[in-house]
Design a protein around this ligand. Structure first.
Ligand code: ADP
Ligand code: MG
Length: 909
């Protein structure tokens, strides 16, 4: 009997059915245009693009242009690749254009699907980003689909790591740019460390189509992208903290050995406060609970852990003055591995070793927050439906399941459950042998590299030839995966291995077609494809007769989605195939989810040694277990994101300010505002409301004015004057500082002044923001410790990070005002001195450059240099000619190019 819900679906269709149906008229419209576009010449296709572009710019909506654009793109692909987009691909591309995730099964042709939506959206000239999971796919797709775009008169770029700045910029300036999620995120962060608009890669975030979207927006979304660099030397602080820890009494902290957790008691905090005050590490007037103490509290916590949780010769050893960690399972030394967040340094202090500099975050972003930058976002994958809730909640993306071009014929067998892992593996080997005997290709899926290696060994012992993939060498693996559908092939893979490469029965036609087209660009792609397919026909028939690809999985993954990915490798485009999962009670998922109960039930059902039990009930309960894990993981990601969102709001403010500063023609208004704020703050501090002149620290006031405003004015005397109030003092200070800055502006000239202001502002923002990021990291660990019973750590974090942000802005204003107050043109002597320093630095830079070439770190060299904490003197900046004074024409150019000044920046017109 049908339930009401099921019945309603039969009559009215599911919401998904309705969405599919709604696209039909559009698809028909595109199909009706096909004849017309077939008749166009090759140039005609390009002219059509020009026409569509013009109409888009004149205000015609992309929705209205869609039928013609899709028809044009379909024709371009047919001509260049011999691929005529199926109706299901048109449908899917419509959903992409509407900002959805299209679930299209593996082998349905998502790569081609993306071109339709990308082409349409590139017509506005704002650029479209197509995102893939690895660089092999970036190059493959940009090359492959680039032919389609070229036939339509659009440019295609591939942004990959290790490119020169120029090439990278060119790639981003293309109509369509292929890139990995990592590269996009890093380039975004790098963009926000630059000081010239012209250097920016990502001019806008218009539309992104994310391929394998579940992998990128869900699996990889757990780890944020981080650009890090060395921080300044803080060994003194570590040493002071380390002196204090041994003074603690038992009542000062609570130690929980089981969870490896140790926290201070209130008594402990009071004691620390005293000790740290007397040692000058905690400023007078600050308590351990003030946001400004975050960093110290964090390091004291780390010091406590170093002393109470880490034991020498158990958790680490000291060798040659270095602290080396020990792997708790193998007992082996893990050389080169360091604990993060200052914990390693705390142990170094404890052991009296030299304290190594720590690496700190210079910039970071989560994928969630990166991809939310786009005006429109879309995604494709074979498996999205199980995660529909997360896509909707986090990214506002709907999921539409697009029907396959040809019905799926794969048979998904029930799970087989064994008692022990060994029995399971033995049974699997038997299965592989059986299939291999008739030449049926087998793809063995595993959840980890260790397990693939173990299975590989068992297969070798059984005398079965096979390949092992573990998602490390994308390019080679793509070749092997492409062959995984050949007669008699056996391939072991972890779940990400070769993702994005299609397993075609009898071997991959596409790679050969691309090869042939690359070798002979003038050849007719349709004919080439037919020829290669014909060559494959025999081999393909043998595999078809053997039953198609057999996917044999050795475990269920935590997430159903990953299992579905693996299954979906088989049965593409209506091919025969089958899949089965072999499980045991010793599998991780089983152990986590009450295998005891399961074991009881299975024994009742009659599970014997060496035999498997197969029962739909098992599948059901496992799926429930998986749904639970999925839910829990989603919660973890949501929680992480909530923390990142706090920082994200601040990041948006800062990055927005940077942008404004780079774009502004005149910065005097901004710096003048800052100056006035600084003056207001000084007055609030030294002439607090409701106080009298005799209560004011007038000498302190005068000193602060000299220090922060660089003004030599008799503030102290002003304060003694009869009837003087804060308004009068404010006016005088504003006037004096404005006069001073106006004078400086005159000395330098408006153009130079703007440049100086820009440099000072950007450097100050970057420096403060970096420090702030570090403080936020500390705050995150500190709110955990502080969590008093009733307080929500997230709320604490929100409030305190807001306060920290405010005080960062305060000190930013002070720094900018201070620096600008100090600028002055250089004297002859100083110029000479700087020039000789430059020469020394240049010699050193050549050595560094050679080292950097070997060092494969993510952060560009310039970033690392900027991080070393040295803000250039306001008087001189090698990037800013206005600060150079007048170099001699035959001297080396101060910009560091190595050329003579007269041939470089000093060139006359
Ligand atoms: P997916 O990413 O959806 O798994 P791919 O984009 O890798 O699929 O395409 C799989 C295979 O299907 C490729 O070899 C491609 O050439 C082929 N293909 C895609 N679209 C078409 C089409 N319209 N007609 C024929 N073959 C197609
Ligand atoms: Mg793909």
């Amino acid at each position: 009997m049908l339930g009401i819900g099921t019945l309603a679906k039969k009559v009215f269709g599911t919401p998904n059915d309705r969405k599919i149906k709604a696209t039909r008229p559009l698809v028909e419209k595109i199909n009706a245009l096909e004849e017309e576009f077939l008749a166009l010449t090759d140039d005609g296709l390009k002219q059509k693009t020009e026409e569509l572009r013009k109409r888009a710019i004149d205000g015609e909506s992309l929705d209205d242009l869609l039928p013609e654009a899709f028809a044009n793109c379909r024709e371009g692909a047919r001509r260049t690749l011999g691929l005529r987009a199926f109706d299901t691909q048109l449908m899917s591309a419509i959903f992409l254009h509407q900002g959805n995730i299209s679930e299209q099964k593996t082998g349905e042709g998502k790569t081609l699907t993306a071109t339709l939506a990308a082409y349409l959206n590139a017509l506005t000239g704002k650029g479209v980003h197509v995102v893939t999971v690895n660089e092999y796919l970036v190059k493959r797709d940009a090359d492959w689909m680039g032919k389609v775009f070229a036939s339509l008169g659009l440019t295609t770029g591939a942004a990959v790591s290790g490119m020169t700045e120029e090439d990278k910029r060119a790639a981003y300036d293309c109509d369509v740019t292929y890139a990995t999620n990592n590269e996009l995120g890093f380039d975004y962060l790098r963009d926000n460390m630059k000081s010239e608009l012209s250097q920016i890669f990502q001019k806008q975030h218009n539309f992104a189509i994310v391929d394998e979207v579940d992998s990128i927006l869900i699996d990889e979304a757990r780890t944020p992208l981080i650009i890090s660099g060395p921080s300044q030397d803080r060994s003194e602080m570590y040493k002071i903290v380390d002196d204090v820890i041994p003074l603690l009494q038992e009542s000062h902290y609570e130690l929980d050995e089981k969870t490896r957790n140790v926290t201070f008691t209130d008594e402990g905090n009071e004691f620390l406060e005293q000790e740290l005050h007397s040692r000058g590490l905690l400023e007078e007037g600050l308590t351990m609970y003030d946001p400004e103490s975050t960093t110290i509290v964090h390091h004291v916590n780390q010091g406590l852990r170093a002393h109470k949780l880490f034991q020498r010769d158990k958790d680490y050893i000291v060798r040659d003055g270095e602290v080396m960690l020990i792997d708790e399972f193998t007992g082996r030394m893990m050389s080169g591995r360091r604990l993060s967040d200052g914990l390693h340094q705390a142990i170094e202090a404890k052991e009296g070793c030299q304290i190594q500099p720590e690496n700190v975050t210079l910039a970071s972003v989560t994928f969630q927050n990166y991809f939310r930058l786009y005006d429109k976002l879309a995604g494709m994958t074979g498996t999205a439906e199980t995660e529909a809730e997360e896509f909707a909640e986090i990214y506002g993306l709907g999921v539409v399941v697009v029907p396959t071009n040809v019905p799926v014929a794969r048979v998904d067998e029930d799970d087989q459950v064994y008692r022990s892992a060994l029995e399971k593996y033995q049974a699997m080997i038997e299965k592989v042998k059986e299939a291999n005997a008739i030449g049926q290709p087998v793809l063995v899926g595993t959840t980890s590299i260790e397990k693939s290696e173990m299975l590989s060994q068992m297969l070798t012992e059984a005398g079965i030839k096979h390949n092992v993939l573990n998602a490390r060498q994308h390019e080679q693996e793509a070749q092997i995966v492409a062959d995984a559908g050949k007669f008699g092939a056996v391939t072991i893979a972890t779940n990400m291995a070769g993702r994005g490469t299609d397993i075609q029965l009898g071997g991959n036609v596409e790679l050969k077609v691309i090869e042939a087209l690359d070798a002979d660009p003038d050849a007719d792609p349709v004919a080439i494809r037919e020829k290669i397919e014909a060559e494959h026909a025999d081999e393909k028939k043998k595999v078809l007769d053997a039953g198609g690809l057999y996917v044999l999985a050795s475990e269920r993954h935590e997430s159903r989605r990953i299992d579905n990915q693996l299954r979906g490798r088989s049965g593409r485009q209506g091919d025969p195939g089958r899949s089965s999962f072999y499980l045991s009670l010793e599998d991780d998922l089983m152990r986590i989810f009450g295998s005891e109960r399961l074991e009881k039930v299975l024994t009742t059902l009659g599970l014997k040694e060496g035999e498997a039990i197969v029962h739909p009930w098992v599948n059901k309960s496992l799926e429930r277990a998986q749904a639970k894990v999925e839910g829990r993981n989603f919660d973890i990601r949501k929680q992480l994101l909530k923390f990142d969102d706090v920082m994200n709001d601040q990041r948006k403010v800062i990055f927005g300010q940077r942008r404004d500063i780079m774009e502004a023609a005149d910065l005097q208004e901004i710096t003048a505002d800052m100056r006035e704020q600084v003056i207001d703050d000084l007055i609030d501090q030294f002439m607090p409301p409701k106080t009298y002149a005799d209560q004011w620290d007038t000498q302190g006031f005068q000193a602060a004015v000299a220090d922060q405003l660089n003004l030599d004015v008799p503030v102290a005397a002003w304060c003694e004057e009869e009837g003087v109030d804060d308004e009068v003092i404010r006016e005088r200070l504003v006037e004096a500082s404005e006069n001073m800055m106006a004078q400086k502006a005159e000395q330098f000239g408006p153009e130079s002044m703007r440049n100086i202001e820009k440099q000072v502002l950007l450097q100050a923002i970057d420096g403060k923001w970096r420090d702030h990021l570090l403080t936020l990291e500390h705050l995150r660990s500190v709110v955990g410790f502080r969590g008093y019973a009733q307080r929500d750590p997230l709320n604490e974090y929100k409030n305190e990070s807001f306060q920290l942000f405010e005080s960062m802005l305060d000190s930013l204003r002070t720094e900018v005002t201070q620096k600008l107050g100090q600028i002055r043109p250089m004297t002859e002597e100083e110029q000479q001195q700087i020039l000789s320093q430059m020469q020394e630095r240049q010699a050193a830079a050549q050595v560094n450059a050679a080292q950097a070439a070997e060092d494969n770190s993510e952060a560009p060299a310039s970033t690392a240099a900027a991080a070393s904490g040295s803000t250039a003197v306001a008087g001189f900046d090698e990037n800013d000619p206005s600060t150079w004074g007048t170099p001699a024409r035959n001297d080396e150019c101060p910009c560091g190019s190595g050329k003579k000044f007269k041939h470089c920046h000093g060139k006359l017109a």
